[in-house]
Design a protein around this ligand. Structure first.
Ligand code: AMP
Ligand code: ZN
Length: 437
């Protein structure tokens, strides 16, 4: 196989040169960080007052980890390193309730992001001759615009299709001769189910490749999509705090995701002790961004669990590879690609006086998609036989949850005291989706 490189000099850089480049970029990021209120205070506490206080990559270990809650505490401008007037865009995480975690970009940051994305896309064998249908949410979520910019940078014809509406997606695929898709893996599977229902012949489509990301999926799921849709599926990993997609991506070997080490310093730590894990062992991924001025982030705890490959990749790239993300070290749920913390649901329902004391969040598979059901008890004073009142309450809960978590859940109301109570720690989430990673 002849592998395709966007920038071979960088992608095949010798380890020593790559680390020298990381050190130089880290010093630049430290300079940016010292201009933010949050890091100015934090870095001075560990004796870092200038980029020159960083002599080697090991000096990074002197800096404490940054967490999602630090980012929230710094909302809205605590992590901003340039005057607000020079910022041209913001994105924020798909978990939307309470204080968002927001990332700002200037023109160069956007350019850098687009070029990392182009590297990912081109590295799977796509070229300017491809027609790319981006079937993921546009907006604050980074998957839409991130892939869009990268596809344009490669010179592909990009269709900003957005998520959902399978009939329209098939029509566009046929009308424009789409060759490459991007969606959550669950939507790719759903597409196949709908294809049969809609009577769309596979032969009428020109699709060859699909990028699947934003949520965990197993090797079996990849194989299933590949067999059913007859496309090559490439795993895409990213998170909004690190720009979004474009952090790590599979090459044509489809065996692990190269993390772009000229854009990110990656560490893997034990989530309990926060000590580095042994080579090849699994732990929590911690990232330092090296390609963004406007919102620097140093040693950010992603909460994603993974491990490094120890073998070099057959494609010749020297940037290390990550194994599939197997889960998270916190309780965040990913439902059809959208991040949801159980606490967000609790906040909404427990604020309603008609709601009782116990609730249960159920996540299950409904065909290829995820389905969220919120079961909640009603207050002891609510009459279970007044269906008009109950329906109104159900609609109200649904509406408020929709606003808070951007997902339309099913809501079930139960009599006071009827939902199971566990003896130990409350079990608030029942996630029955198969975990076969
Ligand atoms: P967001 O900030 O909304 O982009 O969500 C980022 C989170 O989605 C990551 O921290 C991961 O937990 C999850 N995620 C993204 N891509 C993947 C992937 N390829 N495999 C598993 N989880 C993923
Ligand atoms: Zn490779």
């Amino acid at each position: 196989m002849t592998y395709q490189y966007w920038d071979p000099q960088i992608e095949k850089m010798q380890r020593g040169d790559l680390e020298a480049l990381q050190l130089q970029k880290l010093k630049t990021e430290i300079g940016y960080s010292l201009r933010t209120p949050f890091y100015k205070e934090r870095l001075s506490k560990c004796g870092i007052n200038s980029p020159d206080d960083i002599k080697t990559l090991n000096d990074l270990n002197r800096i404490p980890f940054t967490t999602k809650s630090d980012l929230r505490d710094g909302f809205p401008y605590g992590f901003l390193s340039i005057p607000k007037d020079d910022v041209i865009r913001l994105h924020s995480s798909s978990g939307t309730t309470g204080t968002p975690t927001v990332i700002y970009f200037n023109r160069d940051d956007i350019k850098n992001w687009a070029s990392f994305m182009a590297r990912c896309i081109y590295g799977t064998g796509c070229t300017k001759n491809d027609v790319f249908q981006n079937m993921i949410t546009y907006g604050l979520f980074t998957g839409g615009l991130g892939f869009h910019q990268g596809g344009e940078e490669v010179g592909m014809l990009v269709i900003p299709a957005g998520a959902g509406n399978t009939a329209r997606q098939f029509k566009m695929m046929q009308d424009y001769g789409t060759t490459v898709l991007h969606a959550t893996p669950s939507f790719l599977l759903h597409l196949e189910t709908k294809m049969k229902e809609a009577g769309v012949e596979r032969e009428s489509l020109s699709i060859k490749k699909a990028f699947g990301g934003a949520e965990p999926y197993s090797e079996d799921t990849r194989k299933r999509i590949e067999t059913l849709l007859k496309v090559d599926v490439y795993n895409s990993y990213g998170l909004s705090e690190m720009n979004g997609p474009g952090v790590a991506f599979e090459c044509q070997c489809k065996d692990g995701l190269h993390i772009w080490e000229d854009g990110y310093i990656a560490e893997i730590v034990n989530p309990d002790t926060l000590e580095p894990v042994k080579e090849g062992e699994s732990g929590e991924l911690v990232l330092t961004i090296l390609c963004r001025e406007t919102t620097p982030l140093l040693r950010y705890r992603t909460r994603d669990l993974t491990s490094f490959y120890t073998e070099p990749c057959a494609c010749g790239r020297t940037h290390r590879k990550l194994r599939r993300i197997t889960g998270r070290s916190d309780d965040m749920l990913i439902i059809n690609g959208v991040n949801v913390f159980p606490s967000q649901i609790e906040e909404v329902i427990m604020a309603m006086k008609e709601v009782g004391n116990n609730y249960l969040i159920v996540v299950e598979k409904d065909g290829a998609l995820d389905r969220l059901t919120v079961k909640t008890e009603v207050n002891a004073n609510t009459f279970m036989d007044d269906s008009r009142l109950l329906n109104a309450l159900k609609d109200k809960i649904k509406e408020m949850l929709k606003v808070s978590i951007s997902i339309n859940p099913k809501v079930e109301l139960h009599e006071s005291g009827s939902l199971p109570i566990s003896e130990g720690k409350a079990v608030r989430v029942k996630d029955t989706r198969p975990k076969d990673i």
